[in-house]
Design a binder for this molecule. Structure first.
Ligand SMILES: [Zn+2]
Length: 440
């Protein structure tokens, strides 16, 4: 079973190793290790084994390594006894070789990743964009993000976690929109460990571990003035803005739905969440967010009482929620029932994107969906009637903002009206009023 090779010429060593490995017909060791002591001044079995390992190599002839087909080395009696002839595996030498190979492969991959990340970092830090080409919905998210993480948008880096002030939930999807629109970029050197990895030779990243930064405008850089250019632009891409409003309004409803479900210990599935979002998104074209809060409150309460019934459980009850919302609203429409509005839940402040919608379009949780859709309807103006020029929109917005800040709206409007009456053109009147009354 064991065959050994002696590495010295000393006959005493040869005898020692032979006695150490000697077995009877049943494979039992004939002598105890203690019987071999003392030997050449060695008095402990531990030191004796070290000596035997130094002067000999023993191989277990019952099994071979599955890689190199060599017999396994037996380093001690215990080593021999822990294996059986049915053991399989890889010998230490092969394992070590494989480890080395694996480490080498890891090193090559990690070098490759580092090189690719450096390319990304160099490219991203040099990128500039033209803020005038940023789509309207993306511009609104940026303005809201600035309030949510002020002053980090202009001065530093941010992670997705830090953007949660944008909306009650689903804020990561908003950051993804910015990323896909190419207005923010990532800085690999500032990411959390393990953020980036290679898959099929492509660089991938884990969203939650990445650090992002705002790309600068090609002329104004990354400044308040650049953000002001977004604030003061003429917003015209209403189909995009409408979708963004619905995204925001859905997040207001879904967060309330999650909170109500957790209050009643109901757990919704991803699939039922998705269906609820679709139903809510459609309903938000008719109803206000505050009305849907009241519907959700009622529906979740009904589902919770259903879950207590026989043949029902919490999962089954939770999966009925989206259907109940839809049926409730269908009935309300059919029978002309008034759908009540709920006040904003205390634990659910509006997101900064909601604030932006209020500031720019007057939309908030009490705005009926129908009205919101009208405000954000595509405006098919004739060529001759394309709204006020953007300079006028910008000047008017600045004037009104300052007036509100300084609490002198009426004075400003009267002074503006007087100038128009006297025949000044709108742009000149706006600028004159601003200069005379508001220090701008
Ligand atoms: Zn091997």
């Amino acid at each position: 079973m064991i065959k050994f090779e002696i590495l010295t010429d000393d006959p005493a060593d040869q005898e020692l190793v032979a006695r150490y490995w000697a077995m009877d017909e049943d494979g039992k060791f004939i002598e105890n290790v203690s019987d071999l002591l003392p030997y050449k001044g060695i008095s402990s079995s531990y030191h004796l084994l070290s000596h035997i390992q130094k002067v000999s190599i023993a191989r277990d002839h019952r099994i071979v390594c599955s890689r190199c087909s060599e017999y396994f080395e037996a380093r001690s009696r215990a080593d021999y006894q822990t294996r059986t002839r049915f053991s399989t595996g890889v010998c230490d030498a092969c394992r070590e070789q494989e480890n080395l190979k694996q480490m080498e492969e890891q090193r090559i991959l990690s070098d490759k990743l580092s090189a690719r990340l450096k390319e990304i970092e160099d490219r991203n830090t040099q990128r500039v964009i033209d803020y005038e080409t940023i789509p309207d919905d993306i511009a609104l998210i940026l303005i809201a993000l600035n309030s949510a993480i002020n002053p980090r948008l202009l001065t530093g880096l941010f992670s997705r976690d830090q953007c949660q002030g944008l909306a009650p939930c689903f804020t990561s999807a908003l950051v993804t929109k910015l990323w896909k629109a190419g207005v923010i970029a990532d800085l690999p050197s500032k990411a959390l460990p393990g953020a980036y990895f290679l898959r099929d030779d492509e660089v991938w990243h884990t969203n939650t571990k990445v650090s992002y930064f705002l790309l600068p405008d090609h002329e104004l850089g990354k400044t308040e003035a650049a953000l002001d250019s977004l604030r003061n632009r003429a917003y015209t891409q209403f189909s995009r803005i409408r979708q963004l409003w619905l995204d925001y309004a859905v997040s207001e409803c879904m967060q309330y739905l999650y909170d109500q479900c957790s209050l009643h210990r109901l757990q919704t599935s991803d699939e039922s969440d998705e269906q609820a979002q679709s139903v809510l998104r459609t309903s938000l074209e008719t109803y206000s967010i505050a009305q849907l809060w009241s519907v959700i409150w009622k529906v979740v309460r009904d589902a919770a009482s259903l879950s207590a019934r026989e043949y029902y459980n919490k999962e089954k009850a939770a999966s009925t929620i989206h259907g109940k919302i839809k049926r409730y609203l269908e009935r309300a429409a059919r029978e002309g029932l008034a759908v009540k509005s709920w006040d904003r839940p205390g634990e659910q402040p509006a997101g900064t994107l909601g604030d932006v919608f209020y500031e720019f379009f007057g939309l908030y949780e009490y705005t009926p969906g129908r009205e919101a859709m009208e405000i954000l309807a595509d405006q098919n103006l004739d060529e001759d009637e394309v709204g006020p020029p953007s300079e006028v929109v910008a000047a008017a917005r600045i004037m009104m903002q300052r007036a509100i800040e300084q609490g002198c709206e009426a004075t400003i409007l009267l002074s503006f009206a007087e100038r128009i009456r006297q025949g000044e053109d709108v742009q000149a009147a706006l600028e004159a009023v601003c200069a005379a009354n508001l220090g701008c």
